[in-house]
Design a protein around this ligand. Structure first.
Ligand code: NAD
Length: 257
């Protein structure tokens, strides 16, 4: 096998090297996995997270392996933080090609009987409205360059109906619908937007009693952050140029959508 032919083909098909991505919620779990994988494929990563030193730790680990990454302490519900993240991409890397909206919170087991208006608004804001607002902030840049890839992380909770809490499921369903609607509006601008609805992925968000058997995972294991990250890498790359408005479900066969 000709090693350089294989490596060159990867560059040609995926065309990720030298692109710049913002990844939200990159301090832990799936977002960290996404930042690691994109950086390993040659993407300049702006890693954002609200939580403590988490995103600096992600950046340190990635940089030690040779990746190009900047950490930004960013609360996605704070528009000044969002603007600062975008400005970091422009100032440090000279552009912005990819946005991965991964940051989210969980419902914490709140069902209708103990739901409050405040709790409903909190999660809909974080898990849906913030996704919309981040997209609105990057659109002028992507429209001007007539290209861009947006990947939003939804959840199986949007699809299966027995997986989560009402406000979490509703927000994640909204993320899917938003992606479809924006795909229609943005394709003329060369901006492609797709959604990932993962199954059970081994992060701190997964509850201790959730299991392969309980979730009917056909491949016989829980997902790992890299399983979602690989789907993001594909959707962020030129290899997915015939995809927009789609939902991909890395879920080990838990359900078929
Ligand atoms: N783990 C699963 O099984 C699973 C399944 C389906 C979907 N998801 C989705 O995957 C994504 C990542 O989840 P995870 O399992 O890695 O959870 P996680 O809690 O490990 O990571 C979420 C990250 O988002 C960050 N975050 C939270 N609020 C933020 C804010 N306001 N601003 C910036 N960052 C913020 C957190 O600090 C954390 O680092 C979420 O969108 C989640 O809904 C997870």
């Amino acid at each position: 096998m000709n090693e350089s032919y294989v490596i060159q083909s990867m560059y040609d098909y995926f065309q990720l090297k030298g692109k710049t991505a913002i990844v939200t919620g990159a301090g832990n779990g799936i977002g960290k996995g996404i930042a690691e994988m994109l950086a390993s494929l040659g993407v300049n990563v702006v890693a954002c997270d609200i939580e403590g030193d988490s995103v600096e730790n992600t950046a340190k680990e990635v940089a030690e392996k040779g990746g190009i990454i900047r950490a930004v302490h960013c609360d996605v519900s704070n528009m000044d933080d969002v603007d600062r993240s975008i400005q970091t991409a422009l100032d440090v890397f000279g552009g912005l090609d990819i946005l991965v909206n991964n940051a989210a919170g969980c419902g914490g087991g709140v069902k209708l009987d103990n739901m409050t208006d405040q709790e409903w608004d909190r999660l809909i804001n974080l898990n849906l409205t913030c996704v919309y607002k981040f997209i609105m902030r990057v659109l002028p840049i992507m429209r001007k360059q007539h290209s861009g890839k947006i990947v939003n992380i939804s959840s199986g909770a949007a699809i299966t109906g027995d997986w989560s809490d009402p406000h979490y499921a509703a927000a994640k369903g909204g993320v899917i619908s938003l992606g479809r609607e924006l795909a229609v509006e943005l394709s003329k601008d060369g901006i492609y937007i797709n959604t990932i609805a993962p199954g059970l992925i081994r992060t701190r968000m997964v509850l201790p009693w959730e299991s392969v058997e309980a979730n009917n995972i056909l491949v016989g294991r829980l997902g790992e952050p890299r399983d979602v990250a690989a789907t993001v890498a594909f959707l962020a790359s030129a290899a997915s140029d015939f995809y927009t408005g789609q939902v991909l479900c890395p879920n080990g066969g838990s359900w078929m959508y």
